[in-house]
Design a protein around this ligand. Structure first.
Ligand code: BES
Ligand code: MN
Ligand code: MN
Length: 453
């Protein structure tokens, strides 16, 4: 086991160079014109898995391809571990806010800056290098391994869901391991205890058939921007509680989490300052971490209407549009929330405009059971790499495939994330700590050893 870790230490420089190559590929899943780049990232990753010694296939879907790596040399008696990650990234805009270009990775102050550095290429690639370390030193892995890497996580994993259902036998595993979440603080290894679900909507408000002079027509027809503002304002009450009827119906009350959350080290003021917001404000009666981890939300993600150029233009816009997403907690169901959302918008939509709601995609919330051999192995592996036992923390974000993998494969899921607060995922100047990339590689390698025991 020690030569595996010596191998990792001896090759860290090359691992980083290779990660930089991966990061130079702009695999932006949301943009049609980048589809060839997404495919190039899949092929690049497949090549590296093959070099490490796995059997690799690029599996087509109606969308971006799935990369599947397999190593079954431990035999049918040994456990099988499925490692999931995503090789697609978020769009990099606004480009002018990046210190160095998003697809020209740069190492500064111990941080790897690039789009996808931490979400999720760096965290996925460290597993590939952990596999390589085992295979090069021991000539084998301690367990059977399936690597499942998708190119559509950032757009909702629509085609991975049916892929998993269809290939359940091939993906069969005793444990699922994912590095796509964050640690609560540097040096504090963290196991993700929950993920929020998601229901994403687009609201369109159509008023007149074309833009109108706001003097000649204003006052006589309803302004779609104003109508949309009314609709959006109706989503919360005075206490920032979501005011959509039925929204909280399925929220499981979980008083025990209050205690667990209070035990997590959290610096409120540091968190506020990281956001740049003047104050932390949210649903009345809950702490910041409760609001992030165990309470659902309804957020405007984008808003478009009327004239937004320089100076003044007196115009009554023909239409207005908003993107809205709800983060969900157990046992909220995205389809049921979509129904409640649609009914509410239709009810509050003012007369004089036409309003439509489109449900774009959704994912279920998830909560870990946090016990059993997988979690014990992870605690030992993280302690080996970081020198201390992990803490358990909720996650505000979503990974839609997690509950589906758990359900279809009937295997526990471990979220062993190496991101850090302030990492700027989805934002300009995204970074991953180089130290976490390196220690993460050791932890991933140690986890395989532990699971093989
Ligand atoms: N890695 C994130 C999920 C995440 C974010 C976990 C923060 C823990 C903390 C993932 O890539 C992501 O961004 N997911 C999307 C899902 C959506 C596009 C369906 C999200 O949460 O917005
Ligand atoms: Mn991610
Ligand atoms: Mn993401």
């Amino acid at each position: 086991m020690s030569d595996i870790h010596a191998y990792i230490d001896a090759h860290l420089g090359r691992f980083r160079e290779e990660l930089f190559e991966f990061l130079r590929i702009p695999s932006i899943s949301a943009r049609r014109e980048y589809a060839p780049e997404v495919r190039r990232a899949a092929a690049w990753l497949a090549g590296k898995l093959k070099e490490a010694g796995l059997d690799v296939a690029i599996e087509e879907t109606p969308g971006h391809p799935v990369v599947l790596g397999e190593w079954r040399g431990a035999g049918p008696g040994a456990p099988t571990v499925l490692i999931y990650g995503h090789y697609d990234v978020q769009p990099p805009e606004p480009l002018e806010l990046w210190t160095t270009p998003p697809f020209e990775p740069s190492l500064r102050d111990g941080r790897i800056y690039a789009r996808g550095a931490v979400d999720d290429k760096g965290q996925l690639y460290l597993h590939v290098k952990a596999l390589e370390a085992h295979l090069r030193t021991a000539g084998r892995l301690p367990v059977n391994v399936v690597v499942l890497a998708e190119g559509e996580e950032e757009v909702g994993s629509d085609h991975l869901m049916p892929f998993v259902e269809k290939n359940a036998a091939r993906l069969a595993a005793d444990a699922v391991v994912i590095s796509d979440t964050v640690m609560v603080a540097p040096g504090m290894p963290t196991i993700g205890a929950s993920l929020r679900g998601l229901a994403y909507f687009q609201i369109e408000v159509q008023g007149p058939s074309h833009d109108l002079h706001s003097g000649s027509y204003g006052g006589a027809v309803v302004n779609p921007a104003t109508a949309l503002a009314r609709i959006l304002a109706s989503f919360h009450d005075e206490d920032w509680r979501v005011a959509i009827p039925g929204f909280y119906d399925d929220v499981r009350s979980a008083p025990e989490y209050r205690e667990q959350i209070r035990a997590v080290p959290f610096e409120e003021e540091a968190f506020r300052s990281e956001t740049g917001a003047p104050a932390l404000v949210g649903e009345a009666g809950f702490s910041t971490l409760e609001r992030l981890w165990v309470r659902p939300t309804c957020e405007v993600n984008g808003l478009l209407s009327g004239y937004t150029g320089e100076g003044a233009k007196t115009v009554l816009p023909a239409r207005a549009m908003a993107k809205v997403s709800c983060r969900l907690v157990p046992d909220q169901d995205p389809e049921r929330i979509a129904e409640a959302f649609r009914r509410h918008v239709e009810r509050v939509a003012p007369e004089g405009v036409t309003v439509s709601v489109e449900y774009l995609h959704g994912g279920r919330p998830w909560r870990a059971r946090l016990e059993g051999p997988l979690y014990e192995a992870a605690a030992r592996a993280l302690e080996r790499a970081f020198g201390r036992r992990p803490v358990y923390a909720g996650e505000g974000g979503s990974i839609p495939i997690v509950p589906e993998l758990e359900r279809v494969l009937g295997a526990p899921v471990l979220l062993m994330g190496f991101g850090l607060p302030g990492e700027n995922a989805h934002a300009p100047d995204e970074w991953m700590s180089l130290e976490n990339f390196e220690k993460g590689t050791h932890a991933a390698a140690a986890l395989l050893s532990e699971l093989g025991r």
